[in-house]
Design a protein around this ligand. Sequence first.
Ligand code: SF4
Ligand code: SF4
Length: 437
Amino acid sequence: MKYTFKGGIHPGGHKNTEGCAIKLFSNPAKVWIPLSQHIGAPCECLVKKGDAVSVGQKIGEVPAGALGAPVHSSVSGVVEKIETLSDIRGNLIKHVVIANDFQNTLHESVAPFPKKLSEATTEEIIAAVREAGVVGMGGAGFPAHAKLSSAIGKATTLIVNCVECEPYLTCNYRLMLERPSEIFGGAKIVAKALGVKQTIVAIEDNKPIAIKKMTEEAPEGVRVVTMKTKYPQGDERRLIYALTGKELPRGKLPADLGCVIFNAETLSAIYTAMATGVPSIYRTVTVDGDAAAEPSNVLCPVGTTVRDLVDFCGGLKAEPEWLINGGPMMGAAMWSPDLPVTKTTSGILLFTEGASHVREETNCIRCGRCVRACPSGLAPCYMVASVKVGNYEEAEKFNVMNCVECGSCAFGCPAGIPLVQYFKLAKSEINKRKKKK
Ligand code: SF4
Ligand code: SF4
């Protein structure tokens, strides 16, 4: 049986890099490490210009009582400067710029979890995950320790999200083929922390080799299930619906329905942190697009610039018009190749103008395609009509706040309306007004 959800779309897979084994780019000359790579408050900087730092050293700490995850140095070297840059969402974020000394000196705090997993308490595991700065690496950046804490006593099912439904991205796919034990190791740690009764690994049916590999490697009691290939199958709400038949209402957490969901690479980071003590300082990134000379999958230190990463992959074969951080559906356009890879960067896509699907916006023709595509059961055409005339109250009545910004509606819109951009604007305006009140 293949599990799926209502709505959704079928964009081309473009998994051009599925045969590209993960290459290691361990030594960029400099890294720019943002002090905010997560949902929550930016970290306070723990270092200053001229400080010597080592691999795994904590350089940013979350303000007391705030949601967030610490940030660590991904190389050893010297802090060159602390620079404020605009990130991909336009937020001004402090970056710690470190000149690499190429010694790869490990910080003394980097040590494996001191107990056997069977003897560890829930609190000890959560504290270790927090100290390692692990966040949701599928793109959301929600601190993993906070997700674990919120699921204590509620979650009975762990869903391992290996769906990777965004076109082009294959970094999770390669992880499944090359390091499945890390994914299962992380799943075991989460299962132990929360005492979940069952673990389900969800993989789309366009990845038969990964399904076979993960099924062969799965420990006893872990079930690998095949999902129908459809976008956005990897969205938490769609996964829960597909696997349990339950709708997750807005404002509720997966744990309220007895589920906790972790992406493959997040579990690998949790495993690495517990087994070796190395915090979340590396990231596997898919580099692709028609302007990329050598589409690749690369494991690189967090803070590596996109420019260095692309150069490592053989540079450009054409001038890119678009530089996308993430997948083409939910990723964000980058304003500079000098911005860094963060814990949540799953892909860097370089597209020439000819490959872009950006069209001139015309009037809505009421075709209803967006309504059929929306996995959240919304009416994007009505929502956008309200937003265009600045009637955010009406957009809210049409449940614009339930939009998960998946882009399914815009994908097939014959009028070329950038629906998601309008919905992001509306959500930000509604939130601003609520804060003012
Ligand atoms: S309205 Fe939002 S949730 Fe629905 S398809 Fe569009 S972007 Fe996705
Ligand atoms: S898909 Fe585009 S043109 Fe069709 S109803 Fe929706 S917004 Fe209008």
